[in-house]
Ligand binder design. Structure first.
Ligand SMILES: [Zn+2]
Length: 199
């Protein structure tokens, strides 16, 4: 049986047995926070449990590496929607040790795309059209720097309200231990670009 068939079978029973009732809540985050974190599978249940979060407590935005690639892309838009429309009052960027985006090279993805049928000429066409595939598909050297960059981008965004604290954290993907690396309550804590290097 395919994964989707199993999911749909589970879902039928879940709804029929009213197991959704314990999850009922509103669209507004009870703990008034919005979290940007990584899509890593190890964090699926670990991160909310390690933070004591239940359904309804927080807005959680996920992508590969908890990276904001563009100040006017969908991640930053989601953070602004959480703040202005959904009453979030604090932002947490949470990277993790052992992230798949650490040291990721664009060549690795482009090579696999070619092996899966992407025409090399198409890659050249995209590059000639000004799409910087290398930059887009390259990860980061270390999680500390990545979290720091995301925090700085959110804090300095022209549409971010000044009073909203933006915290930077790193979670251990096995123990769930959280380290606060940037304390958003103390804005003088915000490192300048490139100041929080990789150890
Ligand atoms: Zn990750």
């Amino acid at each position: 049986m395919s994964s989707i068939s199993k999911i749909l079978d589970h879902n039928k029973a879940f709804v029929e047995q009213s197991r959704y009732q314990e999850f009922q809540t509103t669209k507004y985050p009870d703990k008034k926070i919005v979290i940007l974190t990584c899509m890593d599978t190890r964090l699926l249940e670990l991160l909310p449990k390690a933070m004591g979060l239940r359904n309804g407590d927080a807005k959680i935005i996920k992508n590969a590496g908890a990276v904001i690639s563009h100040p006017f892309g969908s991640i930053m838009r989601s953070i602004l929607v959480a703040i202005y429309e959904l009453k979030a009052e604090e932002v947490c960027v949470i990277g993790h040790h052992g992230c798949g985006m650490i040291g990721l090279q664009s060549s690795s993805i482009l090579e696999k795309a070619k092996q899966n049928g992407t025409d090399e000429n198409l890659i050249d066409t995209l590059t000639n059209a000004g799409i910087d595939l290398d930059k887009w598909l390259t990860g980061f050297p270390c999680v500390e720097e990545s979290v720091s960059n995301s925090v700085r981008l959110i804090k300095n965004h022209p549409l971010s309200p000044n009073h909203i604290p933006v915290h930077g954290m790193i979670i251990h993907p096995e123990t769930g231990k959280l380290d606060l690396v940037i304390d958003g309550y103390n804005s003088t804590n915000l490192p300048e670009s490139g100041k929080r290097g990789c150890s």
